[in-house]
Design a protein around this ligand. Structure first.
Ligand SMILES: CC(C)(COP(=O)(O)OP(=O)(O)OC[C@H]1O[C@@H](n2cnc3c(N)ncnc32)[C@H](O)[C@@H]1OP(=O)(O)O)[C@@H](O)C(=O)NCCC(=O)NCCS
Length: 223
């Protein structure tokens, strides 16, 4: 089992290129972990994580956020929450949300390609959603590329439904954005949905190799 490290203030190594699916480099890489558990730590995103974050962003398949945009988001002390997911001290994913009134807005989420399909995106969404509810949000929205089926599947799992299209939203490709909303996230029914998602995470199977959440409470140093 790999062990996630707590946030200790030390510099975080940039994301290495983990072994690919056919790389027989043993248990320290994703390929060696099929069916086993890795511990994923969720921790607040800091400036020292941004090199790794940008590297993951560069794999996202579209023109992503710039360093300046991430820095300006992190500089905003209220109404924002950005998390990174780490495995063995390495940043493997990140996500963020902003809060306006009673609405949350998922601003970004990405997982390094070699770590996708291991429920890390789900864990990031689960944590951000729980924090949104604690902050009094009653609905959460996001935009997603119309053709981004993996992301839309993830969002549907969290109860997001399509609410409209923003044409040509992504300027570099002219792709439309699908606007999705999850309503009544403060309801008992939605709590039950989150609990079911969390219960699934605790039951890894062949399709969902396990990742344990080492530090479920990443709220210790909330801005
Ligand atoms: C979207 C993304 C963050 C998902 O992260 P992830 O850690 O791989 O997601 P999970 O393992 O938690 O998967 C959760 C669900 O997403 C869906 N999903 C994930 N990968 C998928 C794929 N390749 N094809 C179809 N559905 C997929 C499934 O519904 C999955 O649930 P399941 O495993 O029970 O079937 C990841 O694919 C990514 O980084 N993509 C590039 C960046 C991006 O598109 N971000 C979204 C911008 S709006």
């Amino acid at each position: 089992m790999m062990t996630a490290r707590t946030e200790d203030g030390s510099a975080v190594a940039e994301v290495p290129d983990p072994p690919g699916p056919s790389d027989p480099s043993g248990p320290s890489g994703p390929s060696g972990l099929s069916g086993s558990w890795v511990d994923v730590g969720l921790t607040p995103m800091r400036r020292r994580h941004l090199r790794s974050v940008l590297r993951i962003e560069s794999h996202a398949g579209h023109r992503g956020w710039s360093l300046g945009l991430f820095m300006s988001e992190l500089a905003i002390q209220t109404g924002r929450r950005y998390l990174v997911a780490k495995v063995d001290g390495t940043v493997v994913g990140f996500a963020g949300m902003l809060f306006i009134g009673s609405d949350g807005h998922v601003t970004t989420i990405a997982v390094h390609p070699d770590w996708r399909g291991r429920q890390i995106g789900t864990r990031l969404m689960l944590q951000l959603t729980r924090e949104a509810i604690e902050r009094g949000m009653t609905a959460i929205t996001l935009e997603v590329r119309a053709g981004n089926e993996p992301a839309q599947a993830l969002y549907r799992r969290f109860g997001y439904a399509p609410a409209g299209i923003r044409p040509d939203y992504y300027r570099e490709t002219g792709e439309d954005a699908l606007v999705m909303w999850a309503h009544d996230v403060d309801s008992a029914g939605y709590q039950a949905r989150l609990a079911a998602i969390e219960a699934d995470l605790a039951r890894p199977d062949a399709d969902h190799p396990g990742v344990a959440l080492d530090h479920p409470d990443a709220r210790g140093d909330r801005p």
